[in-house]
Design a binder for this molecule. Structure first.
Ligand code: XCC
Ligand code: SF4
Length: 631
């Protein structure tokens, strides 16, 4: 039985960090806390989004004395252009990641480094795409599906194929509002073009293009990333694992995989199981090889292999500070360049693997699909050889960790719901049992908690407070990204955590046999959440704007997060933010993102830095939706 006292508190996590900070001081290493101090107070113009350097007449900034840039762009135009560019950058990151994965699918072959693991999902996608499947070799199908998927990035005409998965109502809204996403690269390029010097200065037009671009991510790139990753590495299933720095092992060769694209980490995880390498580690005096994950790569490999998770975004330096990491292997996104100088203070080998994320001071091993497995083996061997260089006097591994149950993509959620439908055959394969629980008031609704850590708020505190309060108020939570990792570290991803919930949610967890927070994966997997909300709306027979389901990103920081927030809003789901988007310098932009989008897509942001006030407005929001539905 788990009560609030059994959870790992933020204070405990902070105490671990404080000890690791002492080690940092003793080796003269700098961490984000030090750099954050030096960056505070932040540049006010940047913070408010009213600094423009889109041409070399500038940079221009809006002040009480200067209400326009040299070209005449005002605060609204500048803030809106910056905001749109942020969305384009976030979209490009998720979608380019998806493109890489599609190329991997395109190169799959029987017996190759990469193979098709989920035939059923591939065939379903082929049918959706109109790719013939009858009597064909699975790899022929895979290659053709990959080609169709790759065309989604640059096709000259038409809109994203996956938008047909949305409710009729959403498709109509997107069509009528002129924001149906076209080719992914086109939306990104159009946004960059619109924001080039001498183009759009109308904030609403820029916000609309932002919505459209984000849709090419959520209902395009990210959704492709998720689908194809499932096809290549298997659709996740429920697994038990553990999380927090305590998963590092004193007597083992520790290798941390960090980033987002699972193509490389999958190879590292598989290679680490080879007996020859495990035996080699033993010859060096280690008990074995311990692969652990960080950030979204952690989520990916945890959901598919049960690999343990060392922590989230603002914990990446902590992992190295334990002095027990032989190798940190990174792919793309959310990787601090600071890891290079930091690893030099220890024996840690910091390995970069992607031309997208080149970091000075790292060992660069460019990952190639054809040789990936051998490259992974070589890296593991390098890490093993590094084990004896570990300076045991510098090692401190906090013992803190929690058990977790992860791996709840929509397929698994449905499967669990089917388990409680008994004789109601008509409800098999649907979200109806969950809808009934919401209608009955046993559940008040569901909240997707997603996103990063951000030093602008006390790290992980907002996630934790919001999660606890929502659970106590009978709100089911689905989580991805670094938010899901906090849930892991806290101990909220176990079935025992139902004891911290209100009576209604506890009953649902018992009946359905689930933890109160469902780990749905990495940030690209927020596309799964869009399909979840769509499935609920369809099975309920109402609009996505009407269901008591909302999104929440209490500690977001990345451009990807802004792209995500926009496609969630475009899908008709309100988003509660704990960090302000950088548009405060424009009253029109503040109005547009909180109210204006409601007239376009029926949803918008609610922003509050105080987690308790944010929860209060989430609960009010859910109750208002319930009242409007008459339940
Ligand atoms: Fe990065 Fe995805 Fe944010 Fe975490 S949650 S800090 S984006 S790892 Ni996406
Ligand atoms: Fe200044 Fe206009 Fe150039 Fe921006 S685009 S830097 S506001 S002159």
């Amino acid at each position: 039985m788990k009560t609030l006292e059994d959870l790992t508190s933020i204070e405990q996590m902070e105490a671990d960090t404080a000890k690791l900070k002492e080690i940092a001081c003793s080796v003269c290493a700098e961490t984000w806390e030090d750099r954050n101090k030096k960056q505070t107070p932040h540049c006010k113009f940047g913070e408010d989004g009213i600094c423009c350097k889109n041409c070399s007449m500038g940079p221009c900034r809006i002040t009480p004395k200067a209400s326009r840039g040299i070209c005449g762009a005002d605060a609204h135009a500048i803030a809106a252009r910056n905001y749109a560019r942020t969305i384009a950058a976030g979209t490009s990151a998720h979608s380019d990641h998806a493109r890489e994965i599609l190329h991997i699918l395109h190169g799959t072959k029987a017996g190759g480094n990469y193979q098709v693991r989920d035939d059923q999902k591939l065939i379903r996608l082929a049918q959706e795409y109109g790719v013939p499947t009858e009597g064909r070799d699975i790899y022929d199908i895979a290659h053709e599906v990959a080609e169709v998927g790759l065309m989604e990035f640059g096709k000259p005409s038409g809109t994203q194929r996956f938008i047909k998965r949305a409710t009729e109502e959403r498709q109509q809204v997107w069509r009528e509002q002129g924001i149906e996403p076209r080719a992914i690269d086109r939306e990104i390029a159009t946004t960059l073009h619109m924001t080039h010097m001498g183009n759009s200065a109308d904030p609403e037009a820029l916000v609309r293009q932002g919505l459209r671009t984000s849709l090419s991510n959520g209902w395009g790139g990210s959704m492709l990333g998720t689908e194809i990753t499932d096809i290549l590495f298997g659709t996740p299933t429920v697994r038990t694992t553990e999380g927090n720095l305590g998963v590092l092992e004193k007597e083992m060769v520790n290798i941390v995989v960090h980033g987002h694209d699972p193509a490389f980490s999958e190879m590292v995880v598989t290679a680490a199981e080879i007996k020859e390498l495990v035996d080699y580690a033993k010859t060096k005096g280690a008990r074995g090889i311990n692969i652990v994950g960080l950030c979204c790569t952690a989520n990916e490999v945890a959901m598919r292999h049960g690999v343990r998770m060392a922590g989230n975004f603002l914990q990446q330096e902590n992992a190295i500070l334990t002095g027990a990491v032989e190798m940190m292997c990174v792919d793309v996104q959310c990787i601090f360049p600071a890891l290079a100088p930091l690893s030099e203070c220890f024996h840690t080998k910091f390995v970069t693997s992607s031309p997208i994320a080149r970091i000075p001071g790292s060992i660069y091993v460019e990952f190639k699909p054809e040789t990936a497995f051998d490259q992974a083996k070589d890296l593991i061997k390098m890490a093993i050889d590094n084990y004896q260089k570990r300076d045991t006097s510098k090692v401190f591994i906090p013992s803190t960790k929690q058990a977790a149950v992860v791996g709840y993509p929509n397929e698994q959620i449905i499967k669990h719901l089917d388990g409680v439908t008994n004789s109601h055959v008509d409800r098999i394969g649907s979200y109806r049992p969950a809808i009934d629980a919401i209608k009955a008031g046993v559940l008040r609704g569901a909240v997707a908690i997603v996103g990063c850590n951000n030093p602008r708020v006390r790290p992980d505190y907002s996630h934790f407070e919001i999660m606890k309060e929502l659970l106590q108020n009978d709100v089911l939570i689905v989580a991805t990204g670094c938010a899901a990792q906090l849930a892991t570290k806290a101990g909220l991803l176990t079935k025992d955590a139902k004891y911290v919930c209100g009576a209604g949610l506890r009953r649902v967890c018992e009946l359905v046999d689930i933890p109160p927070i469902l780990h749905m994966g990495a940030c690209v997997d927020i596309s799964r959440m869009m399909l979840l909300a769509t499935g609920i709306a369809k099975d309920w027979g109402v609009k996505t704007t009407e269901i008591p389901v909302v999104g929440c990103a209490p500690e977001w920081m990345s451009e990807k997060a802004v792209s995500i927030a926009n496609y969630v809003v475009s899908t008709g789901i309100d988003v509660y933010l704990g960090i302000e988007p950088q548009v405060k310098g424009s009253s029109q932009m503040m109005e547009l993102i909180t109210q204006g989008t409601r007239n376009i897509v029926g949803a918008g942001y609610i922003i509050n830095k105080d987690p308790h006030e944010l929860v209060k407005s989430i609960l009010e929001g859910l109750e208002a939706k319930r009242a409007a539905l008459g339940i």
